[in-house]
Ligand binder design. Structure first.
Ligand code: SF4
Length: 444
């Protein structure tokens, strides 16, 4: 059985970094209620540096936790209902298994085939109540793609389920392993198709089979597949299922384009019934995913009770009338949130960099701010302080990999594994900007 990795930050597992402890708060479905936002922000200001980051799994993390203030922080977060539910295993293990991703518009997206929220709630409960699942790595993640226009289907996951409409059988779920539904370049294909009522049983069977096959040091699905192959895993999962698994799905099932960038930001229509008034959502991002404790409190005050965090280090407010959406957009902009994908900062991502991480070879956060001022048009560029690539769950069109302060290698994604093809090595940020400005603009 896979040994549980412990280097991953969590609510109870505060990991030391260059700027203090790092505490990650998992938000089921990305949802944070206003009282929780206030409690989290107060705790971050009292026990840490007050810097909060949105993550690419729609979670939040508190940076700069002071030595000696960890218990105070943990108690405050648990009291706000931000910890795991009652269940099996330690609090820390139950916290770590809560990695179920779904669209921030689940249940509200006009293009969706299936509302994945009920399955997400059931799966979260099973993950926390099954003693064996406490052995899953805190990085192990399941994606539930309901067919929404806005879903992180280009982020690799250990298991993904994507709702499809099958002419003969109606709504089905294509199931894939160690990849993502939009991973066309790597030939990711579904390995099975299942009716929605069997999805929970199948995921549980896949998790049990994964844990049975995993050797010490193997924490992710790709590790087990490399040793045993898909057929063995599916065979073992079938033995645990009380239904016949269709392991010959249409290869095209589940394969879709990544969500368009502009849908994450600004005002867009959402699903509504014909006899109800039109509803809208507002999406936004913080520059480079960072917000202050005071900023989070102001955001909670300005919004309507519930914040939906997104896998693009952003936030979304759904169920707005047209007038309220316009009003809220003005308020959010005044708080410093970016609501326009045409803002050069909106498409740049950067990890903590040398101000927060001992491994970083450059201050990539500061360099990303500088790069925004040097680019002629917005470009999706990922600045990484080292090869670990913490800030990007997906492959960005361009990557600047730090070698030293103001020294980078520039890559262009070409479908190959890793960052892509090297375009230049050991260049300054200004040289990188010049090269990027000469490139065709982002496809979207
Ligand atoms: S990518 Fe490297 S430098 Fe950046 S936060 Fe991760 S480990 Fe640190």
């Amino acid at each position: 059985m896979a040994a549980r990795a412990s280097a991953c930050p969590g609510l109870l597992n505060i990991v030391p970094t260059r700027d203090g402890g790092l505490c990650r708060i998992r938000l089921p479905g990305g949802v944070l209620r206003a009282p929780q936002a206030h409690a989290l922000a107060r705790a971050a200001a009292r026990c840490a540096s007050g810097v909060i980051e949105a993550t690419n799994r729609a979670n939040l993390q508190i940076r700069g936790v002071r030595v000696g203030a960890e218990d105070d922080l943990i108690d405050a977060l648990l009291a706000a209902g931000l910890g795991p539910a009652d269940g099996a295993g330690s609090l820390d293990a139950r916290d770590g298994v809560r990695n179920v991703m779904l669209s921030p518009l689940a249940g509200r997206d006009a293009q969706a085939v299936l509302d994945m929220r009920p399955l997400a709630a059931q799966l979260l409960a099973v993950l926390q109540h099954t003693p064996e699942f406490a052995a899953l790595s805190p990085k192990f993640c399941v994606l539930l793609d309901g067919g929404e226009a806005l879903v992180a289907r280009d982020h690799p996951h250990d298991i993904w389920l994507a709702a499809v409409t099958d002419q003969a059988r109606g709504t089905q779920l294509a199931v894939g392993l160690a990849g993502c539904p939009a991973d066309l370049d790597h030939g990711a294909q579904p390995v099975a198709v299942v009716a929605p009522q069997y999805a929970l049983e199948l995921v549980a069977a896949l998790l049990h089979s994964f844990l049975k096959l995993a050797q010490p040091g193997q924490h992710r699905m790709r590790d087990v597949l490399a040793d045993h192959g898909v057929a063995t895993l599916i065979q073992q999962a079938q033995q645990r299922c009380n239904f016949a698994l269709d392991a010959r799905p249409d290869p095209a099932h589940g394969l879709r384009k990544p969500s368009a960038t502009h849908l994450r930001m600004g005002i867009h229509a959402q699903a509504h019934t014909p006899d109800a008034p039109a509803l809208y959502y507002l999406g936004a991002q913080w520059p480079l995913g960072r917000i202050s404790a005071a900023g989070l409190q102001q955001l909670a005050d300005a919004s309507d009770g519930v914040l939906h965090f997104t896998p693009w280090q952003g936030v979304l407010a759904p169920d707005l009338t047209a007038a309220r959406a316009q009003q809220l957009q003005t308020q959010w902009q005044a708080l410093g949130l970016l609501t326009d994908a045409a803002n050069p900062l909106a498409q740049l991502i950067a990890c903590a960099g040398s101000s927060g991480c001992n491994r970083a070879l450059a201050d990539v956060k500061a360099d990303a701010l500088r790069l925004a001022g040097l680019l002629d048009v917005p470009r999706a560029v990922h600045l990484s302080g080292c090869v670990r690539s913490c800030a990007a769950a997906h492959c960005a069109p361009w990557t600047l990999l730090a070698l030293a302060p103001d020294q980078y290698d520039l890559y262009q994604y070409n479908g190959a594994a890793g960052f892509g093809a090297p375009l230049a090595t050991s260049i300054t940020l200004a040289q990188a900007a010049q090269m990027l400005n000469a490139q065709p603009i982002n496809p979207d």
